[in-house]
Design a protein around this ligand. Structure first.
Ligand code: GDP
Ligand code: MN
Length: 387
């Protein structure tokens, strides 16, 4: 689960990581008031679940309260698409008004999980700012990593080593040392998968300040962070994904595909997508209804897939075990009746009550092509899509 910048900064602030003064505004008028309280000079920042806002026009400097209000009015109610967000446009419902900082230098600091090393990793670069992706690609030696033994925490000597490489003066070294430890503490205590401060800015007066903050919480740990769960902004994820989340369906939209997939079990879902691609068609989504889906969940899954305008054909590949095939078939029929949407379907049903399920589906007026196995389903897909 991703947090907004302003929510992430509240967490930083409560752990005493230095941040500039700032407040959220929901309108131009509010933005103006907040900007006035900062003396006019401020930054107006779109609150969306995507990075790369600066380059996309989602970060604007204002020299006075009227300018802040104007930027806020322009942003609120509009959508932001950044180089990190793919095809998705994120709605801007709030802006963060932050007092302006005079930046001397921008650094990059993050804590995340290194799945190759199976432990947390602290990442630091002196080349922070909006081009960090380019730095990582062209000058990987400018990015330094410290792997952390989760049982011990970050070793002081490793952090000091990192700091000494860059020959910071004593004052900044001690600030950086403190911030790295604070971030690591936040990372662990909130079950984060990522905390990223980019830029960690050196501002006038020789102080390090977190100018931007991105925090992602591990979804599987949310059950023990009820307070954080409240921060989730539903508006930032698309309707189908939200619907899937609410119905316990593992759904991921894939761009460029035309075959909607309904499968039970993640392994089977992956194999189904592979076979679909091998047959020359692209899957439009990954959807695992789960091993023990109910009729109602299948009905919602049907709705989610048929709501996707890219889907020209649906491939249903179910293995009846705990989820019986007849239950799945009834769910599909219910979905068809309730949502009144129909897309041609290629269906492979095996396992418990598969014959019964086929009969249920045959009785409906839906356009369905039955296949006995996945390879013949792939041929059927090719035929139906005219490949
Ligand atoms: P991102 O593009 O979504 O990562 O948004 P950031 O919050 O990182 O802002 C992008 C860039 O805007 C930063 O790298 C800074 O260069 C600039 N910026 C942000 N806040 C300030 C500020 O208070 N003063 C100045 N001068 N620049 C800022
Ligand atoms: Mn940033």
């Amino acid at each position: 689960m991703q947090l907004h910048e302003y929510q992430a900064k509240e967490i930083l602030n409560s752990s005493k990581v230095p941040i500039p003064d700032g407040k959220v505004a929901k309108s131009g008028i509010e933005a103006k008031e907040i900007a006035s309280s900062f003396g006019g000079n401020c930054v107006v920042k779109a609150q969306v679940h995507a990075g790369g806002r600066g380059k996309a026009g989602g970060i604007k400097l204002a020299n006075n309260p009227d300018e802040a209000s104007e930027h806020a009015d322009n942003m609120i109610g509009s959508f932001l698409k950044t180089f990190q967000s793919g095809d998705t446009e994120f709605p801007i419902n709030e802006v963060y008004i932050e007092e302006a900082s005079s930046i001397l230098k921008e650094y990059y600091l993050a804590v995340t999980m290194d799945f190759d090393f199976k432990c947390p990793v602290i990442i630091f670069s002196t080349e922070g700012g909006m081009n960090i992706e380019e730095v990582a690609e062209k000058y990987p030696d400018k990015i330094i990593k410290i792997h952390v033994d989760p049982l011990v925490g970050p070793s002081p000597y490793k952090i000091r080593n990192l700091i000494s490489v860059f020959k910071f003066d004593k004052e900044i070294s001690s600030q950086l040392y403190k911030i790295i430890n604070q971030l690591y503490g936040i990372f662990i205590s909130n079950d984060c998968t990522l905390i990223e401060i980019n830029p960690l800015a050196l501002v006038e007066g020789n102080n390090l300040v977190a100018l931007d903050a991105k925090i992602t919480i591990d979804d599987d740990a949310l059950f023990r962070h009820k307070d954080l769960l409240k921060l989730f902004d539903e508006a930032q994820i698309n309707k189908s994904e939200l619907n899937a989340q609410k119905n316990d369906l593992a759904y991921i939209k894939l761009s460029g595909g035309e075959v909607g997939c309904m499968v039970n079990g993640a392994g089977l879902a992956m194999a189904t997508m592979d076979i679909t691609m091998k047959a020359g068609a692209l899957p439009a989504n990954f959807l695992d209804v789960g091993g023990s889906a109910s009729e109602e969940r299948i009905m919602e899954a049907y709705n989610i897939i048929t709501s996707d305008a890219d889907v020209k054909l649906i491939l249903v590949n179910l293995f009846g075990g705990i989820l019986r095939c007849d239950v799945a078939a009834k769910g599909i029929i219910e979905g068809f009746k309730k949502y009144n949407k129909s897309v041609p379907m290629v269906v492979v049903l095996r396992g418990t009550n598969s014959e019964e399920a086929k009969n249920i589906l045959k009785e409906s007026s839906m356009e369905i092509y039955f296949s006995d196995d996945l390879p013949s389903a792939a041929e059927e897909i090719n035929k139906r899509l005219g490949k």
